[in-house]
Design a protein around this ligand. Structure first.
Ligand SMILES: Nc1ncnc2c1ncn2[C@@H]1O[C@H](COP(=O)(O)OP(=O)(O)OP(=O)(O)O)[C@@H](O)[C@H]1O
Length: 338
């Protein structure tokens, strides 16, 4: 089998009780690319992952690995025959097997010694060299998820599908486990799907992002394009809180050139720039340092906006400041576009 082929969905749908929860979705997962599938609760993300994994049949369309059809209506290649690694939020380790035996489970076709050696290599790669004999209940959540990652990658799968794999981890562990897991996945050079509801995780982790809502993919492509060239206000908002305003309400001078009358403007909080010489003045309603950035709530005429500025000494509440919009982070949509 070609283990460096794209895993792809072609116009797939899945219907429950007469409702399509995945509706005509096409998604290409190229090898060596981590794709985040981002959307709110009930968007259909897990269902799409399950269709790609073969855990559920498609009602229409096809799932393919390269040009090989894995699923089509009436035909679902069994998950264990797809050579696709799966990682879920709940780790799903076998409780009666040690860490090493859990990894060895996917290597059952190999001579025992070879499987042991590969399992041991994976454990040490993920910082668990000393825990090979531990049972899942003796491991922390972060350690269990590392074992699950090793178990999924050890058999050299053709692709890997992850459903909120880091959400169950303590925030202090999440970053490091995610980094190690994604580095191992990148090294494997296979298609990878990361289902998440967290825009920060998608932006931190993924090369490509697909935004899903109500069973549809609204936009997909390189993460940078989705962030900087959203095709609608709702897509812009899916990657983090934004300011949305009618062009008609906007004081002139905030953006050059001015947006057309009747359009809607969406501005990312970090797209509001403080500029003493700007003609538009705003009053700072509140100012709070939130880590690397300060969050300002601003009143500019009839408009209230939220700005994120990279300053620990940002203006205090009550200050009058000049503001303008960064054109790269201010998006104009024709009226009626969502
Ligand atoms: N087996 C099922 N039978 C009927 N409806 C289902 C089934 N599985 C999922 N659904 C429904 O399909 C819709 C999409 O669910 P899905 O789990 O794919 O969404 P999701 O985007 O992964 O959401 P979450 O982030 O909350 O897990 C939901 O409305 C859900 O209730």
């Amino acid at each position: 089998m070609n283990d460096k082929a794209s895993l792809s969905a072609h116009n797939v749908s899945r219907v429950y009780d007469g409702t399509a929860v995945v509706s005509g979705v096409s998604l290409d997962l190229p090898p060596g690319v981590i794709t985040a599938l981002l959307g709110g609760s009930g968007a259909g993300k897990s269902t799409l992952l399950r269709l790609m994994a073969g855990l559920e049949p498609v009602d229409s369309g096809e799932i393919r690995l390269g040009d090989r059809v894995l699923s089509s209506p009436g035909h679902t290649l069994a998950p264990e025959k797809r050579h696709i690694g799966l990682i879920f939020q709940d780790f799903a380790l076998f409780p009666h097997l040690t860490a090493l035996q859990n990894i060895g489970f996917g290597l059952a076709d190999m001579p025992r010694e070879e499987a042991r050696a590969i399992g041991t290599q994976w454990l040490s790669r993920l910082g668990l060299g000393a825990r090979s004999g531990a049972y899942p209940h003796e491991l922390s959540g972060g350690e269990q998820q590392r074992v699950a990652i090793a178990r999924a990658l050890a058999p050299k799968p053709a692709a890997i599908l992850m459903d909120e794999p880091f959400s169950g981890l303590d925030p202090s562990l999440r970053g490091s486990v995610r980094e190690e897991a994604l580095a191992a996945i990148r090294d494997a050079g296979i298609p990878a799907l990361l289902v998440t509801h967290d825009p920060a995780e998608a932006l931190d982790s993924a090369d490509h992002i697909a935004i899903m809502r109500s069973g549809h993919i609204l936009q997909q492509g390189p993460a940078r394009d989705i962030y900087l060239k959203p095709q609608g206000a709702d897509i812009a908002a899916a990657l983090g809180a934004v300011n949305i305003m009618a062009a008609a309400d906007m004081p002139p001078g905030l953006l050059t050139p001015a947006p057309p009358a009747g359009s809607t403007l969406v501005v990312r909080p970090e797209g509001i720039l403080l500029d003493a010489s700007a003609p538009v003045k705003a009053r700072v309603v509140s100012s709070r340092l939130t880590g690397p950035m300060s969050r300002l709530v601003l009143d500019a005429g009839p408009m209230r906006m939220v700005a994120l500025v990279p300053r620990f000494d940002a203006p205090a509440a009550g200050a009058e400041i000049g503001i303008r919009f960064d054109p790269a982070l201010a998006f104009i949509f024709a009226s009626g576009a969502s």
